[in-house]
Design a protein around this ligand. Sequence first.
Ligand SMILES: [Zn+2]
Length: 682
Amino acid sequence: MKRPRKSALLLVLAMVPACNTRRSSEDTGIDLAGMDTSVAPGDDFNAYTNGGWIKSTPIPPDKSSYGIDAILADETRTRTRSLIQDAAKVGAPQSEDARKIGDFYASFLDEAGIESRGIAPLKPQLDSIAAIADRRTLARVLGGQLRADVDALNSTNFETGNLFGVWITQGLTDPSHSYPYLLQGGLGMPDRDYYVSPSPHMVELRKQYRAHVEAMFKLAGFTDPRGRAARVFALETAMAKVHATRVESEDVHSAVSWTRADLPSKAPGLDWPALLEAAHLSDAPAIVVWHPKAVAGLSALCAKQPLAAWKDWLAFHAVEDAAPYLPKAFVDERFNFHGKVLSGIPELRPRWQRAIDFTNAALGDAVGKMYVQRYFPAETQAKAQAMAADLVRAFAKRIDSLSWMSPETKVKAKQKLETLKIGVGYPDHWRDYSSLEIVKGEALANAQRAELFEYRSQLAKLHLPVDRGEWWMTPQTVNAVNLPLQNALNFPAAIIQPPYFDAKADAAHNYGAMGAVIGHEISHSFDDQGSQFDAEGRMANWWTKEDFEHFKAAGEALAAQFDAYRPFPDLAVNGKQTLSENIADAAGLMVAYDAYRLSLNGKPDAVKNGLTGDQRFFISFGQSWRSKVRDAELRKEIATDGHAPEQYRADTVRNLNAWYDAFSVQPSQKLSLPPDRRVHVW
Ligand SMILES: [Zn+2]
């Protein structure tokens, strides 16, 4: 849920020499030059707030999209690089964590060493796949590959190339214990749509994917690469046909709890005991199966499809996953498909940037600890905490004043709000990496050991008391997240900085940007999914029937509003798939606006740069969605992302009455909605 995992920015003015963006003299935090005031705000609010920047800023050749989050992520990566380089300096006083960070990073940068070892680091894995001679061994190998690589409710990541994805967290109806969740997996392309959709765009991608699989087999020295690619593609197509759709994946009610003994009868085909043992799940009392139909379908394929096809599929995925850590030919071939073809990116990013991202993935907390020590002052944390508390108060007021909600439901909603646990900057407890082995010169093995370490850390939760303070993002991530099962929020340090939040900036700006982010995350606790979990994070119906009907109708109206957005003539936004995020955006903006007005204590805000306070609030919101995206990437996001494209997220201002007043929006203007069609979910 939450902010997009994507890109982009604005007032990095504070950190980078200004190019085409200039901070206004009165320090409103608004990029005046990036606006296009020739467009009426009521016709196209995104173009009005961001049109100047959109016209003058190309998407860098190594990115699929660009905008406020990508610019901040670049800045954060540059900072992280200096931390890592300092830690790795000869003679620097080194902690064991710093040594591991330095060695992991250096091993990935050692291109000559990686070239000289060729595919040898992957050989043991390929050998064990080649040795599979029966279905029991197949199940063991499949189980041994499972990792904690998906997340159904927090960051909503449903993609894994392993047969299943595993997520370990509280039970849906048992918040005091952790359980393993099993999700569908196995595809090499992002979603089932890529395999089954008749659209010409997808048909072309399928052709290119087969060529890519064949090229990977060829590079890895396999015989008959074309035949193997055909078998892999046929098997993945069969998997795609049993997969749930992206919209179905959002339905918490389709999840079931099965015991280990249930699996062979409810999902026959696989040798489940062998798979669970290899996956270290033999002692899990119950397993939450998120995609029961797909898990049953995939299990059946394990029995039905030829063993040779499974072995080819395993070998291809082993090479594909390892490719970033292998010689240049593998890196380039992987980028050619996943970067160029799937996302439209012309050029591969510099190696050091990939090195930072992989180091963050492997040793995220260790890097994060250094990051916050240098870049996240206690004063900023305190101010952001105060702002979050402010937003919670405004949300409570909003609940009090809702005319449609019954007193009983209000009590429950406020209980949930009062117990919401808000994490700002970084977690209370850091992960202990002492059992993770990092060896200089072993780029691939280091990454594989780090994934296994993460999986084991997650598995350990099955035997520990539940920690509601657990974090799901590293502090150096430019994003934020709501955790429905923990009734908690994480706001990483890297998003609590300009242009989102600047303690010295205008209140209208801070509330319109960071305030709306905080409001968005709080609102997720009350969106179409979050509203199904109570104050303790238990899936429970705490609504009266009438109240829930009203809430549902508002959601349907918002879904219809987004269904009408058409970025391509043949492709519309999916209002249902993006509903949680769209509710969070609209409700979050409303509560941020309330909090902004409350902060003024009844006094009018001054006019600055010729803009009223309300205008600056909405413009800051619009600029916080500043983004440009390549067509291929945009199509991918529409198919796989729970978020609507940024331009439409900026336009959600059309649901707020205050926006009409602020810009004198006329009924004839394009974004204008009659009052009864403005969606006020909360
Ligand atoms: Zn969200």
